[in-house]
Design a protein around this ligand. Structure first.
Ligand code: C6P
Length: 408
């Protein structure tokens, strides 16, 4: 194992507790990760020592808080290799980041007759904003399909791009259900040749593997702080020239340069897109989360998750009633969604909970994808830096109990 999981677990206070008298086996980091002491302490330190509003006060404390907030922006920019911190916009969550693009860029660039391309594996957050934009504008919405192995079928893309009607392609860097890591770089190259932009959803990728927005050729990338050991905030990154040309998404304080009775002028990026008081302490703590992950090493985290997911797939194959969605270990991140013959995923989750194991059950905000596989729901185990083979062992043993209790 490339990570010292025992030492990492020590850094997370939550693992000191038990659930139903059992060791906590947390397999739901794809929904939201746990928080290390470094992040919790940063939040506490900011609130007890350095908290004020930012970009407003002229006193020492306000300057300190502003500096910490902007330092965090720079850390987050470095984490995804953004060319400059000003391209990083602090938002509530990945969902808000994508909505920002769909409203701001979308309202000004999408016209009747244009086409927006999404994929069948998108989370609702990178699907519904585009679907609704298409409906508002009278544009077409087209899907890149997912094949039976859970991979994107890119053979349809040239035809969707060649007529020049496609203006943006919305594509996840990693599926939250299949775990699939599609060839987004290739998607971006194809889209750019046809004059289209790419909105990459990095919510499941940025916390788990090195993500370089420049190397991937992204135009926009949204991700969630709460899935990468940070607090409940999100990030939108966009190329500066695009952000400069986009109108604000929300109006109010801080995003403004001058306001007259009948018109207003906007602040520069990124402030133009950060209307109102941001989640100051949380953003600063997200900077601490980026430091925490960088110190472990994103490459090592990725290798660790590949090893653990390969082991999980091998062990789950021992269970005849379990059917795993998605591709083999080489093409997926640390997410394993599955269904069991004749057993509802909610019942699986309930029995696993009795064993102290947290998994998610439902459609995971990816209903069209579940429909594609003829399912209403699935159970999902997702892995992170604090999981090891013992957790997989616990999962497999608990699934045997599910079979004993509920199998007919
Ligand atoms: N997926 C899951 O359990 P927010 O909630 O806005 O921070 O992230 C939305 C989001 C966007 N894209 C992908 C690929 C995601 O997985 C998520 C969040 C969680 O799978 C909660 S639904």
């Amino acid at each position: 194992m490339p990570l010292d999981v025992a030492a990492i677990r020590q850094a997370f206070p939550i693992f000191e507790r038990t659930v139903h008298g059992k060791r906590l086996v947390f397999l739901d980091s794809a929904a939201s990760s746990q928080k290390p002491r470094a992040v919790i302490e940063t939040l506490s330190r900011v609130y007890s020592h350095s908290y004020t509003n930012v970009h407003r006060g002229l006193y020492t404390l306000a300057e300190e808080a502003t500096a910490l907030y902007e330092e965090a922006r720079a850390k987050i920019a470095a984490f995804i290799n953004a060319p400059e911190p000003a391209e990083v916009i602090n938002v509530r969550n990945a969902t808000e980041g994508i909505n920002l693009v769909a409203y701001s860029w979308g309202e000004t660039h999408i016209r009747a007759g244009d086409r927006i391309v999404v994929t069948e594996m998108e989370h609702h957050a990178n699907l519904v904003p585009w679907q609704q934009l298409a409906l508002r504008k009278g544009a077409a919405l087209a899907y890149i399909p997912v094949n039976d192995a859970g991979q994107l079928d890119l053979t349809v893309l040239p035809a969707l791009l060649e007529d020049g009607r496609t203006k943006i392609v919305a594509c996840s860097v990693m599926s939250n259900v299949l775990g699939t890591v599609p060839p987004v770089k290739q998607v971006a190259e194809m889209a750019h040749k046809a004059g289209a932009l790419v909105m990459m959803d990095g919510a499941q990728a940025v916390p788990h593997r090195p993500v370089d927005v420049q190397a991937l050729g992204a135009d926009f990338m949204a991700f969630s702080g709460h899935k990468m050991c940070g607090p409940g905030v999100g990030v939108l990154w966009g190329r500066r020239e695009l952000l400069e040309a986009m109108p604000p998404f929300l109006y109010g304080g801080d995003m403004i340069r001058t306001v007259k009775r009948d018109h207003a002028k906007w602040n520069e990026v990124p402030y133009k897109f950060e209307a109102g008081t941001p989640a100051i302490a949380e953003v600063i703590a997200l900077g601490a989360a980026a430091d925490f992950l960088s110190n472990i090493g994103m490459e090592a985290i990725h290798t660790h998750e590949q090893e653990i997911v390969a082991y999980a797939l091998e062990r789950l194959a021992e269970l005849p009633r379990v059917h795993v969605l998605g591709p083999g270990p080489a093409e997926r991140g640390g997410v394993v969604a599955f269904w069991m013959d004749g057993i509802h995923p909610h019942d699986i989750a309930a029995i696993l909970d009795e064993e102290g194991i947290c998994v998610r059950a439902g459609h995971h905000c990816a209903q069209p994808l579940h429909e594609r596989f003829g399912l209403a729901a699935s159970a999902r185990a997702s892995f992170y830096i604090y999981n090891d083979q013992d957790d997989v062992e616990a999962l497999v043993n608990a699934l045997r109990k599910v079979e004993r209790v509920l199998g007919r």
